[in-house]
Design a protein around this ligand. Structure first.
Ligand SMILES: NC(=O)c1ccc[n+]([C@@H]2O[C@H](COP(=O)([O-])OP(=O)(O)OC[C@H]3O[C@@H](n4cnc5c(N)ncnc54)[C@H](O)[C@@H]3O)[C@@H](O)[C@H]2O)c1
Length: 385
């Protein structure tokens, strides 16, 4: 049987829009999927950004500067939307209400109120599949940890640490951009930029923080504005969130950190789980390796580090001994979205992209973190409706 072709529109043709185009162009890398995206239309008010797609993506039929015109095309089934955070609320809600399936970029709204408006649109259109971009859990080492959590291998959880660190803003001569401004990136700052990546797995595992104490920092106060002047950096550069997790049968500390200024780190995403029966760690700093420490009472406490084979959620042409990287994780995330769109509850594997509920959960945590920063106190997080 032929593959199910999904006709996609891309809204926002910047960094991430191009990443999606590149993943779609590499679909032949996948051996194990019966659905395939076709980018047929794009929208960006910047003509140069849309022009890149015209030149590089053979199947483009139309380019738009107004996303509403793209949404009016009935032949487009699904949208990938990667625009600045202040536009998520309006665009995502309009996409969903137009009946298009959506893979939207995080943080799914500039703040909790914007996220609630997106959730309201979703409630009106339960037939539409909506997922939030978060690719790092698709690394084979992270998938191994997911499997161990699902198998209940850790025993009693002692503590969890997860983070996303990069040094992208250490250089003070780097010009200001929309990510450093509250109006476009939101008051969350680095939490809105990086936090969904960090919370995706904890929330998938049901590890909801009952409270948070946040330490947020602004490190570089101003940057070149591109016009020989300087502009203030308004958003938080780094964040450390000390969370108290309560599940039905466990309570443990979870330390989350999101840093735009972490010297020496290029794009380091990590998760460390310590348990009474197993501890494990995966970091994209060592993308091939996964470390684990199985423990039995009285036994040795020894870390084992192995090169994780290239064993991704979806099969690929790449042999097991080769390395997995960032663009592979994007491709795997896309495969999960297309698989779920084509097969719904009968996906080829069980790890779904981040859900709107998980994105809403991240907003609860970030909003409480801002409150904690303002008051200097620990803030409880309400997980009721
Ligand atoms: N998943 C990841 O690893 C990852 C990495 C970086 C950014 N992101 C997310 O992707 C989104 C976009 O970030 P980016 O780095 O690609 O930004 P970018 O600035 O490179 O691209 C944004 C694009 O949106 C376009 N745009 C602005 N207004 C628009 C409108 N009304 N309609 C259509 N297009 C419009 C801009 O012209 C620009 O080309 C953000 O939500 C960000 O958080 C995700």
């Amino acid at each position: 049987m032929g593959k199910r072709i999904i006709r996609f529109g891309v809204i926002g043709c910047g960094l991430m829009g191009k990443e999606f185009a590149s993943a779609a162009a590499r679909w032949c890398h996948l051996t194990d999927i019966d659905a395939e995206p076709r980018i047929v239309a794009v929208c960006d008010p910047n003509p140069d950004a849309a022009e890149w797609f015209r030149k590089q993506v053979p199947g483009i039929e139309r380019t738009y500067t107004d996303y509403r015109e793209l949404l009016a095309d009935p032949s487009i089934e699904a949208i990938y939307c990667a625009v600045p955070h202040n536009l998520h609320e309006r665009l995502y809600a309009d996409i969903v209400r137009a009946g298009k399936h959506l893979l939207g970029e995080k943080p799914f709204g500039i703040d909790k109120e914007a996220n609630a408006e997106i959730q309201a649109a979703l409630a009106e259109r339960p037939d539409v599949l909506v997922r939030c971009s978060s690719e790092f859990p698709f690394y084979p080492g992270a998938q191994q940890i997911v499997k161990w959590v699902e198998e209940g291998r850790f025993g009693r959880i002692i503590e969890v640490e997860a983070g996303f660190w990069h040094s992208s803003d250490l250089d003070p001569t780097k010009p200001i951009n929309w990510k450093r401004r509250i109006a476009t990136n939101g008051e969350y700052g680095c939490m809105g930029d990086l936090g969904m990546h960090v919370l995706h797995l904890p929330l998938r595992f049901g590890w909801k923080p009952a409270s948070v104490r946040a330490l947020l920092s602004k490190i570089i106060p101003e940057r070149p504005d591109g016009n020989d002047g300087m502009a203030p950096c308004e958003t938080w550069d780094n964040s450390i969130l000390a969370c108290d997790v309560k599940t039905d049968d466990q309570q443990f500390p979870m330390l989350l950190s999101m840093k735009r200024i972490a010297p020496g780190h290029a794009n380091t995403w990590f998760i460390r789980i310590q348990g009474t029966e197993l501890s494990a760690e995966f970091t994209t700093k060592n993308p091939k390796q996964v470390a684990s420490l199985p423990y039995t009472p009285g036994g040795q406490q020894a870390w084992h580090t192995v090169d994780a084979p290239y064993k991704s959620a979806y099969g690929t042409i790449t042999g097991g001994i080769f390395e997995f990287g960032f663009s592979d994780s994007i491709l795997q995330m896309w495969a999960a979205f297309c698989d779920e769109l084509a097969n719904r509850d009968r996906m080829r594997q069980t790890f779904r992209c981040a859900t709107p509920e998980e994105a809403a959960g991240s907003h609860r945590v970030f909003t409480a973190a801002l409150q904690s920063q303002r008051s200097g106190e620990t803030v409880s997080i309400d997980w009721g409706n």
